[in-house]
Design a protein. Structure first.
Lengths: 336, 268
């Protein structure tokens, strides 16, 4: 039963605002050694507010994930951080440089991997890297050494003289990352790096990025709409409709949300929801015709709810919260 | 002093690399060569021969028939087409391609545009030179001075036409609108430059439009340089050497500044 030992049944009703508050206030305290500091960043396209007063910090050695559904503002944020779009409101500092005024200094520090292929398909792997190196003033022996070193490390040395158009998607992505790292940037920005990759290649990429952040002390910031990718990050910021709704360690975020997650399917979820709320004093959330309930001691709740509504319930799923649950909890919307 | 030179080389490196990429890309997509040259050539032979029999441009002589009149216009059309093909790729490249990476690199926009314009100019010049081989068919005999002068004028023309293309391309999000602009703006600029018909005897509104078309002066300069060593005089265009060169040079500078300005305004 939900009347837990200490008898605080209302805990499920107040937790929402408390979690939200604690998550957001915690993030507002800037870390002393953070290398990217975003403060009160906003951006509007004509009518639409794409980013709404966003603040967060990222430090070297960590992988930071910006998680959000399509249209949540993460691409806008990526374009601003990668210097493609100007800062119009708020401040962004990268290694102490102001993004609004010191673009050139910041560009030298950034390695950027775009969502759409950033390689020239008509050029060979080496040619792509060589042209890229020239843009950053690298040339001659230094450049040649750096290129062969990176191709070696990414396991594409044997394909070096082939045109990019004949490589598989996974290999192309590796070449893109090698290209972005060529000029030894301090910050690696990636926009949806795993899109279009199969599960194995995705996992490999995430592992590689973790290793990179740890061993090279590079700051890795990536956007993603995939929950699996976000789970692999040290910290995530969850974006929804231009607002940063959560920020923190993925595990921490999940534990803060609630004990267990129960998902109930029913032929008539619309009436079952209020009935469950009434009987068990919980708050159910209806998404995609499913009822979602977060509570402590979920195994007991499952037993009791099935006993109470044997006819109405078609299926019950029980699990530990995921980042998707965090998102649904904080926004009330399904993650799509 | 040595350090200054190294810095200079470092500044030139991005320009050289962007320029060289344009050349390699073109070399590896040779169908572009065909499409930029074949179409104007077919125009020249069909329209030129067809109109020669029934139609004499004002100022024509026995040596200078319509085929000869049309020849400089066709060379400029090849320059125009090549420049446009070179700039169309900018639209896609910026959205999904290597250009994305160039835009986040520490390279000033004016250098990027300069490199792109020089790339387009080089490609246009290479194809223009191929067409100069056909000059004898138009009754033109080159001396060395005439040849190099012609190359110079072609370079100026190709540079301004590429920049004109870049000016448009940097504004566009997709290539879909490019055809409309080509048909409604670029082709009319060419048609009304004296490439297709001289301005003598046309209705006055048309004559005035042609007078205000910068390409009219480019074409006049081109005709002057082509016929420098030929005893038979070029069609009397009424535009002096000096004025046509001056305006062509000005057109070069204005289109380049315009393209740089557009590129800077469209990106951070």
């Amino acid at each position: 039963m939900l009347r837990s030992e200490n008898g605080r049944q209302e805990v499920f009703l107040v937790v929402d605002t408390e979690v939200l508050h604690s998550i957001v206030t915690e993030s507002r305290q800037p870390m002393a050694d953070s290398q990217i500091q975003v403060e009160n960043l906003s951006h509007a396209y004509q009518q639409r507010q794409a980013l709404d007063n966003i603040s967060f910090d990222v430090s070297c050695g960590e992988i930071f994930g910006l998680l959000g559904p399509n249209g949540s503002g993460k691409t806008t944020l990526f374009r601003i951080l990668s210097t493609l779009m100007p800062v119009t409101a708020g401040t962004v500092r990268i290694f102490g440089h102001d993004l609004a005024t010191e673009v050139k200094a910041i560009r030298n520090l950034l390695g950027v991997v775009f969502q759409h292929p950033g390689l020239d398909a008509k050029l060979t792997v080496v040619e792509n890297l060589r042209h890229h190196g020239h843009l950053y003033g690298l040339a001659g022996k230094t450049l040649r050494h750096r290129i062969s070193e990176l191709l070696e490390r990414f396991g594409v040395s044997d394909r070096a003289t082939e045109r990019v158009e004949v490589l598989s998607g996974g290999l192309q992505r590796r070449v893109e990352i090698a290209k972005a790292l060529l000029h030894s940037p301090r910050v690696l920005l990636l926009d949806e790096p795993t899109s279009g990759l199969d599960v194995a290649a995705r996992r490999q990429l995430n592992d590689y990025l973790s290793m990179l952040a740890r061993t090279e002390n590079i700051l890795v910031l990536m956007t993603t709409h995939l929950l699996d990718d976000a789970e692999a990050c040290n910290r995530v910021g969850i974006l929804d409709e231009g607002k940063l709704v959560a920020l923190g360690d993925p595990d921490e975020l999940k534990t803060k949300v609630g004990g267990d997650v129960i998902i109930i399917e029913s032929v008539d979820s619309g009436t079952l929801g209020p009935a469950i709320n009434e009987k068990f004093k919980v708050s159910t959330v209806l998404t995609d015709d499913q009822l979602r309930i977060e509570c402590e001691r979920g195994h007991e709740f499952v037993r009791d709810v099935v006993a109470a509504f044997p006819e109405e319930i078609q299926s019950v799923r029980f699990g530990k919260p995921t980042l998707e649950d965090v998102f649904i909890k904080l926004t009330g919307n399904p993650f799509v | 002093m040595c350090r200054g030179r190294i810095r200079k080389i470092k500044n030139l490196l991005p320009i050289a690399t962007i320029w060289w990429r344009e050349i390699i890309r073109f070399y590896r997509q040779r169908s572009r060569l065909f499409s930029a040259i074949a179409q104007p050539l077919v125009f020249w032979i069909l329209i030129g021969s067809g109109l020669s029999a029934s139609f004499r441009p004002a100022g024509a002589t026995d040596e200078l028939d319509y085929i000869a009149y049309f020849y400089p216009g066709i060379v400029v059309l090849v320059l125009l087409f090549t420049s446009i093909f070179a700039t169309i790729s900018v639209v896609n490249d910026r959205r999904e391609g290597f250009l994305q990476g160039i835009l986040v690199a520490p390279v000033p926009r004016w250098r990027i545009v300069l490199a792109q314009a020089l790339g387009g100019t080089t490609l246009a010049l290479l194809q223009g030179v191929l067409l100069l081989l056909l000059a004898p068919m138009a009754g033109i005999r080159f001396g060395a001075a005439s040849f190099f002068l012609t190359l110079g004028v072609m370079a100026l023309l190709a540079f301004s036409l590429t920049n004109l293309g870049l000016l448009i391309a940097w504004r566009m999000d997709s290539t879909q609108g490019f055809h409309a602009i080509m048909n409604l703006l670029l082709i009319p600029i060419w048609l009304l430059s004296g490439a297709f018909f001289p301005s003598t005897g046309v209705p006055s509104w048309l004559a005035w439009t042609m007078k205000f078309n910068p390409l009219t002066y480019g074409l006049a300069a081109f005709r002057h340089s082509l016929y420098l060593d030929t005893t038979a005089k070029a069609f009397g265009e009424g535009t002096s050497w000096l004025l046509s060169l001056l305006i062509t040079g000005l057109f070069c500078i204005l289109t380049y500044v315009g393209a740089t300005f557009t590129a800077s305004a469209q990106t951070n």
